[in-house]
Design a protein around this ligand. Sequence first.
Ligand code: HEC
Ligand code: HEC
Length: 459
Amino acid sequence: MMLASDVSVADLPARIGDERVLTGPLDHDALATGTLSVAEMIAAGRHLFVARFTKADGAGRPAATAAEVPTRRQLGDTPAFHRTSGPDANACAGCHIQQGPGGSGDFAMNVFVAPQDMEWAFDSVAPDLSMERGTTAIHGAGLLELLAREMTRDLQAQRASAVAEARRTGDTVRVGLASKGVSFGSLAVDPDGFLDVSDLAGIHPDLIVKPFSQKAVTRSLRQFTVTAFNTHHGLQATERFGTRWTGGADFDKDGVADELGPGDVTAAVLFQAALPPPRQRLPDHPVLRAAVEEGERLFDLVGCTSCHVPALELESALFTEPGPYNPPGTLGTADTDAVVAVDLVALWPERVTRSANGKLLVQAYTDMKRHRIADADRPHFANELLTQNFVPRDQFRTAPLWGVGSTAPYGHRGDLTTLREAIQHHGGDATAVRQAYDALSPDDRAKIIEFLKSLKIEG
Ligand code: HEC
Ligand code: HEC
């Protein structure tokens, strides 16, 4: 992808009648050597996020499904667009738009997730065929990914030292896993290296903290972005759909080869990582301000903060792309030495808070893990009948609440119009906390709502 400013006058005749919105790949290796400034890379990524892709760009995937692993379509004639099986949109910003490009989406922007093969969803949106999800906001995602990387590093180091200790002592070692004050259960290691993972909490046995998707199954913005380009637009990135993995350059058979290069994906990721984090906006009027402050105290008092942890400390805000934990099919540090590095704090210094000891605070109101959030008494959040990546159906990621005052509708399906409904549907592991909330006076519950309303995304 080139920027408009790169087009020389001599190129103009060839562009007459050209309906591509992409004009050729950005080179990831060149980006890593600084050919574009940070602002230019983010601008290029923004262009990719808002562009309405065309057939001439390679939009559409007549021979491929939406599945994360390159998969052939079995059906014959398929429509160019299909609201459930996709391609289902013209631009990323077609859905992520409520607070500007990168924002959350209306119920009309819901996605029907069926990771194995979206062909199922052609005939029906019934929950036994697809999982319906509301469009989340991406603001602050760069900081969430950095937190996840640091937490993954900590947990895997704890496992490694337990393995070493079990080997050295010849005894089974049980180790508690925790990072940044958040517990992920425990692990038992036998001297022969066998791991008992039955007491892990809120994380897969790979011990990779996955910050993205409401099911917490996606490791990085890059992994999500490559999937989203294919799912929603039929634009296939070479790092997953190219010759290396599929033996050809046009896996989706739409006549356009190598639709997105690694540099394009890098730019799209940087745009998203650079979206400013949400923050609290205190109301001007002292009465409302006092209510927000009291609501924040009550939010802690009843135990909401046991999952919606107000702030986690981040060691470094240097966002390096690609990241260290990407799976095959998503460019990772195992594939390339060329790394683009952006200091996120330098992008919005006024949004960053520090702890008393100078550590950076990410005030996202999440513990970065999954919880059982529904049960027979409160079944609303267990509406899905399919299992995504073997996460139990009643478990979801602790929703980051830092922009919740801007992102209605609520809940993973986006089917709740008020914050109080979202709270009322907390069951499972949140039952005792919800009961403590219910036991408050109506005025005190209103103050908690007023506090949540103060957590804002400003584009
Ligand atoms: C048809 C609507 C739609 C389009 C188009 C769309 N998204 Fe999304 N996006 C969603 C929904 C719905 C979710 C929540 C998915 C989930 O929770 O499983 C989401 C989640 C995400 C997330 C994870 C955010 C989080 O909170 O975990 C990222 C990153 C993302 N989208 C990037 C993109 C990019 C990049 C594009 C374009 C290539 C794109 N999206 C296009 C609807 C859309
Ligand atoms: C056991 C952990 C846990 C506790 C305790 C908890 N939550 Fe949550 N919360 C979650 C999870 C998980 C979700 C995601 C639910 C879904 O959509 O699937 C969530 C979602 C939410 C949402 C909806 C966010 C959105 O963007 O849609 C709000 C609002 C919320 N919680 C507020 C609260 C309040 C207020 C309390 C205290 C009364 C509380 N939570 C206690 C885990 C918890």
